[in-house]
Write a protein that binds this ligand. Structure first.
Ligand SMILES: Nc1ncnc2c1ncn2[C@@H]1O[C@H](COP(=O)(O)OP(=O)(O)O)[C@@H](O)[C@H]1O
Ligand SMILES: [Mg+2]
Length: 526
């Protein structure tokens, strides 16, 4: 029976969305994301205009009155386009344009997320001036119609969004945070002389992150290349990495900084997406690595940009990002290793070199075939084990038996960097032994807690050992479950005929579990 031949039309469904749609699209918006969406729109309209008029955006954040407004002179919204301001999905942007807006939800999400009574006033060039009022009553009413009001004329080309009855209390501290956030998010726009933002009347100074150090042997490197997305178009990518001069005291401002069409999407990203894993180039994020930064700029059709829908994170599955990822990982990995290798000599070998040239290099092929031509690493006179032991010096002096555990973890890390086909299997077995030995050391060195149990008997069953340990130290169930899983994997490797495959993720995951548990037991930092 073929259903195609059987079907008969029996009526029409009306697919008009329910107003409830608004609640879903606002749910993950905060003050900063909301304000940025409104500013994005002004920036988009301004960049697409041919007129060279300067862009001015004025933001008012009034904690006394609990009132917010965003006013721009980007051109205004024409009468025919007013509906774009309230229709979810309504947009004038083509996905092929190099804009920030693309999803057609930004302004709607922003205003509704922040406020219960919204007024939008706009004047498209020298046309008439209009006002729309959106409030809770309209949001709860099933109808989609909204009155348009005409106003006495105000400044041509201006749009002002006014937010009353804020959903979350606006605090004075928010103003400082917003200022910083805007300075960074729009740093590349604010660098241009014809763009200015005011918050409560005072201008925002743009902030960018190319604060490179230029040591003779390790100057910053940059690769500029296209990512061809077939008939979808092409995105341009610039990946620049190096050691930085502006490391903050907390040592947190390193990692990846990503812009899409000149707007900062995320900063200080330190995840496996950009190469921070035990087994890959950058290793795990660590203080020693905190001089390595990579700045990635994607430009091109909005539909090719690797951002999430609120533009607060990178979408690492996006093929444009994937095309750039090998270069990102290579460059960040290189400078991470340089940062580590020089860690005792930053003062003399990095910070004095404040000027120089960025070296241009070729991009890494999307599938790793070519190697980047990078200068050789500085000779490291201390190996990884020494570094880890140095980090845990105090603990090791106090509890000498932790030395072996620290060295085992260093050995795991070294093995995962070898070109051995079965390195993950070896690493897993070693991790599991380290875990077990850690438990044993804990029990035998705490006779006050555990007395002198018969170890041979006790260690016949891992579960019994763990049960005993958790009577004295709280270890989160989640960690124990993960440990259990990898213990089973190890047993399969040892006792079963077929060999299970162990992935890089498995090793990273188990390493994290073991290092967390050892930290709970002995305060070692691994
Ligand atoms: N400040 C503004 N000035 C002029 N037009 C605007 C402004 N804000 C929004 N618009 C118009 O409303 C449309 C919808 O905006 P938005 O919901 O943010 O979606 P998107 O930015 O994805 O297009 C924009 O495409 C633009 O045409
Ligand atoms: Mg928008």
């Amino acid at each position: 029976m073929r259903s195609v031949e059987m079907k008969t039309e029996v009526g029409l469904l009306n697919g008009t969305p329910d107003k409830r749609l608004y609640w879903s699209i606002i749910s993950d918006y905060d003050l900063k994301t909301g304000l940025c969406e409104l500013i994005d729109n002004a920036v988009d309209i301004w960049t697409s205009g041919e007129f060279g008029t300067p862009l001015a955006v004025s933001i008012v954040l009034d904690a006394d009155q609990q009132f917010i407004s965003v006013t721009d002179n980007a051109g205004g919204v024409s009468r025919a386009d007013l509906k774009l301001l309230i229709t979810p999905g309504g947009s004038n942007n083509s996905p092929d344009d190099e804009t920030i807006g693309i999803f057609g939800v930004g302004s709607k999400r922003a205003v509704v997320a922040l406020s219960q009574r919204i007024s939008i006033k706009t004047r498209h060039h020298s046309e008439k001036s209009y006002q729309l009022d959106v409030d809770n009553a309209w949001l709860e009413n099933p109808t989609w119609e909204l009155p348009i009001y005409e106003l006495p004329d105000f400044e041509p080309g201006t749009t002002s969004v006014e937010l009353h009855m804020l959903r979350r209390k606006l605090e004075d501290a928010d103003v400082i945070e917003v200022r910083e956030h805007l300075a960074e998010t729009y740093g590349l726009f604010l660098e241009r002389r014809n763009v200015s933002f005011l918050v409560n009347g005072s201008p925002i100074e743009g902030r960018t992150f190319s604060k490179w150090a230029y040591p003779e042997e390790f100057p910053p490197h940059s690769a500029t290349f296209p990512v061809d997305r077939g008939n979808q178009g092409t995105a341009r990518v610039e990946v620049t990495a190096g050691l930085i001069l502006d490391r903050d005291t907390r040592g947190e401002n390193y990692g990846a900084y990503i812009y899409c069409n000149d707007r900062l999407i995320i900063k200080e990203l330190r995840t496996r997406v950009v190469g921070y894993t035990v087994s890959a180039e950058a290793g795990m994020p660590h203080f020693d690595a905190s001089l390595a930064r990579v700045i990635i700029r994607f430009n091109g059709p909005a539909k090719l940009m690797p951002w999430n829908s609120s533009k607060t994170d990178v979408n690492s599955d996006n093929p444009t990002f994937q095309g750039a990822r090998p270069t990102i990982i290579k460059l960040l990995g290189h400078f991470t290793r340089v940062s580590r290798a020089l860690r005792k000599e930053w003062q003399s070998k990095v910070f004095p070199f404040e000027s120089g040239k960025i070296v241009n290099i070729e991009a890494e092929a999307p599938i790793e075939t070519k190697r980047l031509a990078l200068p050789p690493l500085p000779r490291v006179n201390r190996n990884h084990a020494e570094v880890l032991k140095d980090d845990n010096k105090k603990v090791i002096v106090k509890y000498p038996w932790t030395s072996g555990l620290v060295e085992s973890m260093a050995a795991v890390d070294m093995i995962t960097r070898q070109r051995l086909e079965t390195r993950n299997r070896i690493a897993l077995i070693l991790l599991d032994s380290t875990f077990e030995i850690g438990l044993k050391e804990f029990i035998v060195h705490k006779p006050d807690l555990f007395g002198f149990p018969d170890l041979k008997q006790l260690f016949k069953k891992r579960d019994d050992v763990i049960k005993l340990v958790v009577t004295k130290v709280a270890i989160p169930d989640g960690l124990l479950r993960r440990a259990r899983h990898y213990y089973d994997q190890r047993n399969k490797l040892i006792h079963e005929r077929a060999t299970v495959g162990i992935t890089n993720e498995d090793v990273d995951n188990y390493r994290e579990v073991v290092s967390k548990v050892l930290n709970k037991l002995f305060y070692v930092k691994l």
